[in-house]
Design a protein around this ligand. Sequence first.
Ligand code: SAM
Ligand code: SF4
Length: 347
Amino acid sequence: MDGTTPLNQPDKVAAEAPMIDPFGRHVSYLRVSVTDRCDFRCVYCMAEDMTFLPKRDVLSLEELERLCGAFIRKGVRKLRLTGGEPLVRRGIMTLINNLGKHLDTGALDELTLTTNGSQLPKYAEDLVAAGVKRINVSVDTLDPEKFRQATRWGRLEQVMDGLAAAKKAGLQVKINAVALKHLNADEFDDMIRWCGENRFDLTLIETMPLGEIGEDRVDQYLPLSQVRRDLETRWTLTEIPYRTGGPARYTEIAETGQKLGFITPLTHNFCESCNRVRLTCTGTLFMCLGQDDAADLMKPLRASDDDSVLEAAINEAIGRKPKGHDFAIERRGDAPAVGRHMSMTGG
Ligand code: SAM
Ligand code: SF4
């Protein structure tokens, strides 16, 4: 350090120090739920008669951008926008374009999103222009009637159009499918084939007990350990060390050359390598998807234009990141492990 270093430099360094939690995990991945609203009502995610947040409780796009900026300065390298449905938020491309500028400066490695695909015909090209390279699209079934039942308000055709637009624009697509006993247990072979033909990777997700949904979760739950054993009788799955910074464990399918991931929060604990935190559209920071403890960042954000207040609140929150979650669907029956819905924390 030379003699010209300003006096306040050590404080600034402390405020912008990387986020290391009490268990030594480096937090470098932020998922941001930009809205709690959605144009679908998936049965495992929302009740049909959801009450959404009043506008005043939701951060503006400018506020979300400022919050994301603070996290990027503190070492977040990967940012995923989710929801609700991120692409139904009005003006969302302004936020995505502005966040994309952090890719140009090298401050961010990846900007991505999880979407139900319904708005991709409109936005796929804009996303690529903003620097988005990969997206996750949720498709639980390839049967139009079952799709309508599972999403209540969605149309498979609309999502297929979205996927075609994504492919055309050059986006890499990973399909996310929640494994549900009565919906898609008999469809995984077809999905693997369809993904192979379209060069999509596929990740199967176990249902997580989040939020009251007016359905029996034990009834829907399909353990992926069982699904995998069954798939391995027909497909050659080889474990690969591929990681996306998320909790999925990947295999490669020899027959299609695509990846198949499994997210098994209920049968396999992935907490020890957790590098992520989740921010809701109200500015609430959840340090763990499966715990209720959270930090309110809206207050420090609105209290001052000086980001050091906000950064101190982030430091305090990271210092409380818990060791792990406590999901166990069998023990709880259909009572949710945590009361909030996935559409709030964004999955
Ligand atoms: N609307 C977007 C979508 O559907 O992709 C983004 C938000 S959605 C909440 C993110 C992911 O969470 C989706 O892949 C969805 O299938 C998954 N999800 C929702 N509720 C879930 C639950 N109870 N258990 C497991 N996954 C869930
Ligand atoms: Fe909407 Fe995604 Fe939830 Fe389905 S899973 S209701 S698409 S937020």
